[in-house]
Design a protein around this ligand. Structure first.
Ligand SMILES: O=C[C@H](O)[C@H](O)[C@H](O)COP(=O)(O)O
Length: 227
Protein backbone atom coordinates (compact mmCIF):
# COMPACT_ATOMS: atom_id res chain seq x y z
CA UNK A 1 0.00 0.00 0.00
CA UNK A 2 1.41 3.43 -0.88
CA UNK A 3 2.16 6.06 1.75
CA UNK A 4 -0.69 8.39 0.77
CA UNK A 5 -3.26 5.61 1.15
CA UNK A 6 -1.79 4.73 4.53
CA UNK A 7 -2.10 8.37 5.63
CA UNK A 8 -5.70 8.51 4.38
CA UNK A 9 -6.49 5.39 6.39
CA UNK A 10 -4.95 6.89 9.52
CA UNK A 11 -7.09 10.01 9.11
CA UNK A 12 -10.23 7.90 8.60
CA UNK A 13 -9.42 5.78 11.64
CA UNK A 14 -9.04 8.89 13.80
CA UNK A 15 -12.37 10.26 12.52
CA UNK A 16 -14.20 7.07 13.46
CA UNK A 17 -13.76 7.99 17.12
CA UNK A 18 -16.12 10.95 16.64
CA UNK A 19 -18.95 8.74 15.39
CA UNK A 20 -21.48 7.88 18.10
CA UNK A 21 -24.25 5.25 18.06
CA UNK A 22 -27.54 6.46 16.61
CA UNK A 23 -25.98 9.28 14.60
CA UNK A 24 -27.23 10.47 11.24
CA UNK A 25 -23.91 10.77 9.47
CA UNK A 26 -23.03 12.60 6.24
CA UNK A 27 -20.78 10.42 4.10
CA UNK A 28 -18.31 12.32 1.94
CA UNK A 29 -16.95 11.37 -1.44
CA UNK A 30 -13.50 10.41 -2.70
CA UNK A 31 -10.76 7.98 -1.77
CA UNK A 32 -10.29 9.28 1.80
CA UNK A 33 -14.02 9.29 2.55
CA UNK A 34 -14.14 5.77 1.08
CA UNK A 35 -11.62 4.65 3.71
CA UNK A 36 -13.96 5.93 6.39
CA UNK A 37 -16.98 4.27 4.79
CA UNK A 38 -15.09 0.94 4.78
CA UNK A 39 -14.28 1.29 8.48
CA UNK A 40 -17.90 2.18 9.21
CA UNK A 41 -18.97 -0.90 7.28
CA UNK A 42 -16.85 -3.04 9.60
CA UNK A 43 -18.43 -1.37 12.63
CA UNK A 44 -21.97 -1.80 11.30
CA UNK A 45 -21.26 -5.50 10.64
CA UNK A 46 -20.49 -5.78 14.36
CA UNK A 47 -23.80 -4.20 15.31
CA UNK A 48 -22.91 -0.49 15.46
CA UNK A 49 -26.00 1.60 14.75
CA UNK A 50 -25.61 4.59 12.43
CA UNK A 51 -27.48 5.90 9.40
CA UNK A 52 -25.51 7.38 6.53
CA UNK A 53 -26.55 10.15 4.18
CA UNK A 54 -24.28 9.87 1.13
CA UNK A 55 -22.94 12.87 -0.79
CA UNK A 56 -22.72 11.01 -4.09
CA UNK A 57 -24.03 7.99 -5.96
CA UNK A 58 -20.52 6.56 -5.67
CA UNK A 59 -20.48 6.74 -1.86
CA UNK A 60 -24.07 5.50 -1.72
CA UNK A 61 -23.09 2.42 -3.71
CA UNK A 62 -20.06 1.66 -1.53
CA UNK A 63 -22.05 2.13 1.69
CA UNK A 64 -24.84 -0.07 0.36
CA UNK A 65 -22.40 -2.84 -0.56
CA UNK A 66 -21.07 -2.71 3.00
CA UNK A 67 -24.53 -2.92 4.53
CA UNK A 68 -24.55 0.59 6.02
CA UNK A 69 -28.17 1.75 6.52
CA UNK A 70 -28.80 4.81 4.36
CA UNK A 71 -31.16 7.71 4.40
CA UNK A 72 -31.51 10.74 2.15
CA UNK A 73 -31.22 14.43 2.93
CA UNK A 74 -34.94 14.73 2.16
CA UNK A 75 -35.74 12.19 4.91
CA UNK A 76 -32.99 13.39 7.27
CA UNK A 77 -32.35 17.08 6.60
CA UNK A 78 -30.27 17.63 9.75
CA UNK A 79 -27.08 15.60 10.09
CA UNK A 80 -25.45 15.01 13.46
CA UNK A 81 -22.04 14.86 11.86
CA UNK A 82 -20.59 15.06 8.35
CA UNK A 83 -17.21 13.56 7.48
CA UNK A 84 -15.59 14.28 4.14
CA UNK A 85 -12.22 14.59 2.41
CA UNK A 86 -10.68 17.62 0.68
CA UNK A 87 -8.27 18.40 -2.12
CA UNK A 88 -6.45 21.29 -0.44
CA UNK A 89 -6.62 22.98 2.95
CA UNK A 90 -4.79 26.12 4.01
CA UNK A 91 -3.76 27.23 7.54
CA UNK A 92 -7.03 29.23 7.91
CA UNK A 93 -9.04 26.04 7.20
CA UNK A 94 -10.12 27.25 3.75
CA UNK A 95 -10.46 24.31 1.39
CA UNK A 96 -10.77 23.32 -2.23
CA UNK A 97 -13.05 20.35 -2.84
CA UNK A 98 -14.62 18.73 -5.86
CA UNK A 99 -11.77 16.76 -7.34
CA UNK A 100 -14.25 13.92 -7.62
CA UNK A 101 -16.99 16.22 -8.90
CA UNK A 102 -19.23 15.90 -5.83
CA UNK A 103 -18.84 19.48 -4.55
CA UNK A 104 -22.47 20.56 -4.80
CA UNK A 105 -23.98 17.72 -2.79
CA UNK A 106 -20.98 17.79 -0.47
CA UNK A 107 -21.48 21.46 0.33
CA UNK A 108 -25.20 20.91 0.89
CA UNK A 109 -24.40 18.11 3.37
CA UNK A 110 -21.75 20.23 5.10
CA UNK A 111 -24.28 23.06 5.44
CA UNK A 112 -26.85 20.62 6.87
CA UNK A 113 -24.55 19.17 9.53
CA UNK A 114 -24.27 20.21 13.16
CA UNK A 115 -20.56 19.42 12.95
CA UNK A 116 -18.10 18.92 10.11
CA UNK A 117 -14.94 16.86 10.20
CA UNK A 118 -12.60 16.82 7.22
CA UNK A 119 -10.03 14.08 6.79
CA UNK A 120 -6.93 14.54 4.65
CA UNK A 121 -3.47 13.12 4.20
CA UNK A 122 -0.72 15.57 5.00
CA UNK A 123 -0.02 16.19 1.29
CA UNK A 124 -3.29 18.17 1.13
CA UNK A 125 -2.02 20.89 3.48
CA UNK A 126 -0.92 23.99 1.54
CA UNK A 127 0.15 27.54 2.39
CA UNK A 128 -2.26 28.99 -0.15
CA UNK A 129 -4.98 27.44 -2.28
CA UNK A 130 -4.79 27.03 -6.02
CA UNK A 131 -2.19 24.48 -7.08
CA UNK A 132 -5.27 22.25 -7.32
CA UNK A 133 -7.63 23.85 -9.89
CA UNK A 134 -10.91 25.07 -8.40
CA UNK A 135 -13.90 22.96 -9.54
CA UNK A 136 -17.02 24.90 -10.49
CA UNK A 137 -20.33 23.13 -11.07
CA UNK A 138 -22.04 24.67 -14.08
CA UNK A 139 -25.48 24.19 -15.65
CA UNK A 140 -24.84 22.78 -19.17
CA UNK A 141 -27.10 25.45 -20.77
CA UNK A 142 -24.75 28.18 -19.49
CA UNK A 143 -21.42 26.48 -20.13
CA UNK A 144 -20.05 28.51 -23.03
CA UNK A 145 -21.27 31.78 -21.55
CA UNK A 146 -19.67 30.98 -18.18
CA UNK A 147 -16.40 30.04 -19.91
CA UNK A 148 -16.23 33.49 -21.53
CA UNK A 149 -16.94 35.26 -18.25
CA UNK A 150 -14.28 33.24 -16.41
CA UNK A 151 -11.76 33.94 -19.16
CA UNK A 152 -12.43 37.65 -18.69
CA UNK A 153 -11.24 37.39 -15.08
CA UNK A 154 -8.21 35.27 -16.07
CA UNK A 155 -9.36 32.03 -14.49
CA UNK A 156 -8.48 29.91 -17.53
CA UNK A 157 -11.46 27.52 -17.17
CA UNK A 158 -11.01 23.98 -18.44
CA UNK A 159 -13.96 21.71 -19.13
CA UNK A 160 -13.54 18.52 -17.14
CA UNK A 161 -13.71 15.41 -19.31
CA UNK A 162 -14.27 11.76 -18.52
CA UNK A 163 -13.55 9.13 -21.16
CA UNK A 164 -13.41 11.88 -23.77
CA UNK A 165 -16.87 13.29 -22.98
CA UNK A 166 -17.82 16.15 -20.62
CA UNK A 167 -17.87 14.94 -17.01
CA UNK A 168 -21.42 14.85 -15.66
CA UNK A 169 -22.12 15.39 -11.95
CA UNK A 170 -24.77 13.45 -10.02
CA UNK A 171 -26.99 16.51 -10.54
CA UNK A 172 -26.44 16.38 -14.32
CA UNK A 173 -24.18 19.41 -14.49
CA UNK A 174 -20.73 20.05 -15.98
CA UNK A 175 -17.51 20.92 -14.16
CA UNK A 176 -15.14 23.72 -15.14
CA UNK A 177 -11.76 23.63 -13.40
CA UNK A 178 -10.44 27.15 -12.84
CA UNK A 179 -6.97 28.45 -12.11
CA UNK A 180 -7.26 30.63 -9.00
CA UNK A 181 -3.54 31.05 -8.32
CA UNK A 182 -2.85 34.66 -7.37
CA UNK A 183 -6.25 35.21 -5.71
CA UNK A 184 -6.01 35.54 -1.94
CA UNK A 185 -9.43 36.95 -0.95
CA UNK A 186 -11.33 33.69 -1.25
CA UNK A 187 -14.61 35.06 0.15
CA UNK A 188 -14.63 37.78 -2.49
CA UNK A 189 -13.70 35.36 -5.25
CA UNK A 190 -16.40 32.94 -4.13
CA UNK A 191 -19.08 35.65 -4.13
CA UNK A 192 -17.94 36.84 -7.53
CA UNK A 193 -18.13 33.34 -8.98
CA UNK A 194 -21.55 32.61 -7.46
CA UNK A 195 -22.84 35.87 -8.96
CA UNK A 196 -22.30 34.46 -12.47
CA UNK A 197 -25.61 32.92 -13.59
CA UNK A 198 -25.06 29.27 -14.45
CA UNK A 199 -22.45 28.57 -11.77
CA UNK A 200 -24.40 26.46 -9.33
CA UNK A 201 -21.66 26.02 -6.75
CA UNK A 202 -17.93 26.38 -6.26
CA UNK A 203 -15.44 24.01 -4.68
CA UNK A 204 -14.30 26.73 -2.28
CA UNK A 205 -15.31 25.52 1.17
CA UNK A 206 -14.83 28.49 3.51
CA UNK A 207 -15.91 28.36 7.16
CA UNK A 208 -16.95 24.72 7.07
CA UNK A 209 -14.25 22.98 9.10
CA UNK A 210 -14.93 22.23 12.76
CA UNK A 211 -12.22 19.61 13.03
CA UNK A 212 -9.45 18.85 10.55
CA UNK A 213 -7.80 15.45 10.83
CA UNK A 214 -4.47 15.15 9.05
CA UNK A 215 -3.25 11.63 8.57
CA UNK A 216 0.36 10.58 8.26
CA UNK A 217 2.06 7.20 8.04
CA UNK A 218 1.77 6.34 11.70
CA UNK A 219 -1.15 8.35 13.05
CA UNK A 220 -3.12 11.56 12.69
CA UNK A 221 -3.02 15.15 13.92
CA UNK A 222 -6.26 16.72 15.13
CA UNK A 223 -6.75 20.44 14.46
CA UNK A 224 -9.79 22.13 15.97
CA UNK A 225 -10.91 25.25 14.13
CA UNK A 226 -11.24 27.98 16.77
CA UNK A 227 -14.05 29.72 14.83
O1 LIG B 1 -15.61 15.67 -5.18
C1 LIG B 1 -14.83 15.10 -4.45
C2 LIG B 1 -14.52 15.49 -3.07
O2 LIG B 1 -14.51 16.87 -2.85
C3 LIG B 1 -13.34 14.80 -2.42
O3 LIG B 1 -13.57 14.90 -1.03
C4 LIG B 1 -12.01 15.39 -2.73
O4 LIG B 1 -11.83 15.43 -4.12
C5 LIG B 1 -10.88 14.59 -2.08
O5 LIG B 1 -10.80 13.33 -2.65
P1 LIG B 1 -9.70 12.28 -2.24
O6 LIG B 1 -9.96 11.89 -0.84
O7 LIG B 1 -9.88 11.14 -3.21
O8 LIG B 1 -8.36 12.93 -2.43
Amino acid sequence: MDHTTQAKQQAAKAALKYVEPGMILGLGTGSTAAELIRLLGEQVAQGFDITGVPSSDQSAQLAQELGIPLSSLQESPVLDLNIDGADEVDPQFNMIKGGGGALLREKILAQSAKRNIFIVDQGKQVHELGAFPLPLEVVPFALESVVIQLQQIDLNPQLRLQNGAPFKTDEGNAILDADIRGFSDYQRLNSRLLAIPGIVETGLFLDYVDVLIVGNLTGAGILENPK
